[in-house]
Design a binder for this molecule. Structure first.
Ligand code: LLP
Length: 434
C-alpha cells in the first residue's frame, strides 16, 4: 500500500525524500502526505469509475482530509466531493472547487449552513431527516433556489471497523429509516415540494469496511427501495449514491478489498436491476475518503523519554500523541511504525509508543517491534495516518497542530503550516465584564 515509502540503508524515504531531512526541515510532529499516492488513488477513482461508467461520479469524502491543497487536487481529477459542513464547503470554494460537484451531507445541517450552501450554488444535498426537508423547502424558496435531493436511507446492515463508525444498522442517527415506510413519507414530501427535486437515494453502511457482501446486500436492499418508490409514485430513481467506507490496511492483518471489485459488484447489482426493469441506467456515485488519503499519510515524531517497566513493557514517548492522532484512543486503532533513522536495523524490542498528553489513553501505537537501539532523538514514523488524523486533531494540552507537508517525486511542499504559540491565543479575548 505504501510503495512510496522505501528503506535505503538505514533510512526511511518518503517519495524519495529522506524522513530525517523532512523532520529537520519542518520539525516534528509532522504530517507527511505522499502527493504521489493521493494522485494514484484519485486517478483510480477517475479511470476506474468516472471514465468507465456513463454519468458516474466518484466523490472524495473530504471529512477524511480537508484543506485547500486536497480540494485543488480533487478538482484536477474531475472528481466531486462530499462535504459535511459549511466550513468544509467554504474551504472547497476558496480552493476554486466547482459547486456543482459538491454534495452536502450531514444529519443536522444548520439553517445558516443551508443558506450558505445555496447562496454559493451548492445545491446537491444528501437529505437526512424531515426537519431538513422543511428547512430546505423554506430557505430554497426564500433564495429562489432548487435543492437537488439524494435521500439517505438506512439499509439495515451492520458493517464497519468499530461501533462508532457503523452507520448502516437500524439504531443510527443517520438517514431515514426503511422501517414502516418512513423513507417513503420523506420521498412523498420531496415530490410534493416546490423547491426540492427528487434525484435519488443515498446509502452509506459504515467506514473501514472489508466485507464485500455488505456492499452487495446494501445495494440489493436499495433496489427494493427503488422499486417501492416506483410502485408508490411512478418515479424512476435516477441517481444512486452507494457511499464510501472502503477499508484500507493499517497493519498486516487488514485485507482491503480491491477498488474495481467493490465498484463492479455495486454496478452489477444496480445496472442489472435497471436493465431487468427496462429503465435507463441511473447516475451512480461512490464516496470513499480514507481510501484516497489514508495510506498516503506518515506522521513523523521525535522520540523522547523511554521508560522500561520491568515484567510489563517499554514505553517510548514521542512529541505528539492523541492531539494529532485520536484514532488509537477513540477506536482502538492499530497502527504500525518504524524508527526512520534506524530503519535497516533488526527489530528485536517490543514497545508501546505513547504520546505526550496528560492521559493514560494517549497511545499512538499499541504494540510494535523496533530496534533495541532506539533512543531519544530518533525519528519515529507512523504509517497510514492520512485519513481522520489532521481533520480530527485538536489543541489538547495546548499542543500546536503539526504542519502538513506534501512529498512528490523527490520534492516537498508545506500545504498547512505548523501552528505557533501565538495561534494558541489567536481567538482569546481579554475583555472585562460589562
Ligand atoms: N460517506 C459518508 C456519508 C460518510 O459518513 C463517510 C464517513 C464517508 C462517506 C467516508 O468514509 P470512508 O471512505 O472515509 O471510510 N473518524 C472515523 C471515520 C468516520 C467516518 C465518518 N463518515 C475514523 O477515523 O475511522
Amino acid at each position: 500500500q505504501t510503495k512510496f515509502a522505501t528503506i535505503k540503508g538505514n533510512d526511511l524515504y518518503i517519495d524519495g525524500v529522506k524522513a530525517t531531512d523532512l523532520a529537520s526541515q519542518y520539525g516534528t510532529p509532522l504530517y507527511v502526505m505522499s502527493e504521489g499516492h493521493i494522485r494514484q488513488q484519485m486517478n483510480e477513482l477517475k479511470t476506474k469509475f468516472l471514465d468507465k461508467y456513463e454519468n458516474a461520479l466518484p466523490l472524495f469524502a473530504s471529512k477524511s482530509f480537508s484543506c485547500l491543497a486536497i480540494y485543488k487536487l480533487a478538482s484536477e481529477y474531475g472528481i466531486g466531493i462530499d462535504c459535511v459542513s459549511a466550513g468544509e464547503i467554504s474551504i472547497a470554494l476558496k480552493a476554486g472547487f466547482d459547486p456543482d460537484k459538491i454534495y452536502f451531507h450531514g444529519n443536522n445541517k444548520l439553517p445558516s449552513e443551508i443558506e450558505y450552501a445555496l447562496s454559493h450554488d451548492v445545491t446537491h444535498f444528501v437529505i437526512d431527516n424531515f426537519y431538513e426537508i422543511e428547512l430546505c423547502e423554506k430557505i430554497a424558496g426564500e433564495l429562489g433556489k432548487k435543492v437537488k435531493a439524494t435521500v439517505r436511507v438506512v439499509p439495515g446492515i451492520k458493517a464497519g471497523g468499530h461501533n462508532f463508525i457503523m452507520t448502516g444498522h437500524k439504531d443510527t442517527k443517520f438517514g431515514f429509516s426503511s422501517h414502516y415506510g418512513i423513507y417513503l413519507k420523506a420521498i412523498a414530501k420531496i415530490l410534493n415540494s416546490e423547491n426540492i427535486e427528487y434525484e435519488g437515494l443515498h446509502a452509506h453502511i459504515g467506514s473501514q469496511v472489508f466485507d464485500l457482501y455488505a456492499y452487495i446486500s446494501a445495494m440489493n436492499k436499495f433496489m427494493g427501495f427503488v422499486d417501492e418508490i416506483y410502485e408508490n409514485f411512478g418515479v424512476v430513481t435516477s441517481k444512486v449514491n452507494a457511499g464510501g467506507g472502503y477499508g484500507i490496511a493499517y497493519n498486516k492483518n487488514d485485507e482491503p478489498l480491491d477498488f474495481e471489485v467493490i465498484t463492479s459488484e455495486i454496478m452489477k447489482v444496480i445496472y442489472g436491476h435497471y436493465d431487468e426493469k427496462g429503465w435507463a441506467h441511473p447516475a451512480v456515485m461512490i464516496e470513499p475518503g480514507r481510501y484516497v488519503v489514508g495510506n498516503a499519510g506518515i506522521t513523523l515524531y521525535t522520540v523522547g523519554a523511554i521508560k522500561e517497566i520491568p515484567d510489563v513493557r517499554t514505553y517510548v514517548s514521542v512529541d505528539g500523541g492523541m492531539a494529532d492522532n485520536i484514532r488509537t484512543a477513540l477506536y482502538d486503532a492499530d497502527y504500525d511504525g518504524i524508527v526512520a533513522n534506524k530503519a535497516g536495523e533488526t527489530k528485536t524490542k517490543n514497545v508501546r509508543v505513547a504520546g505526550k498528553c496528560c492521559e493514560s489513553g494517549d497511545i499512538v501505537v499499541k504494540d510494535v517491534n523496533v530496534t533495541a537501539n532506539i533512543m531519544p532523538g530518533d525519528i519515529f514514523a507512523v504509517f497510514t495516518t492520512g485519513a481522520y488524523n489532521y481533520t480530527m486533531s485538536s489543541n489538547y494540552n495546548q499542543l500546536p497542530k503539526p504542519a502538513v507537508v506534501f512529498t512528490y517525486e523527490g520534492k516537498t511542499k508545506c500545504v498547512i503550516r505548523r501552528q505557533t504559540f501565538d495561534d494558541l491565543v489567536a481567538y482569546d479575548v481579554t475583555e472585562d465584564y460589562k
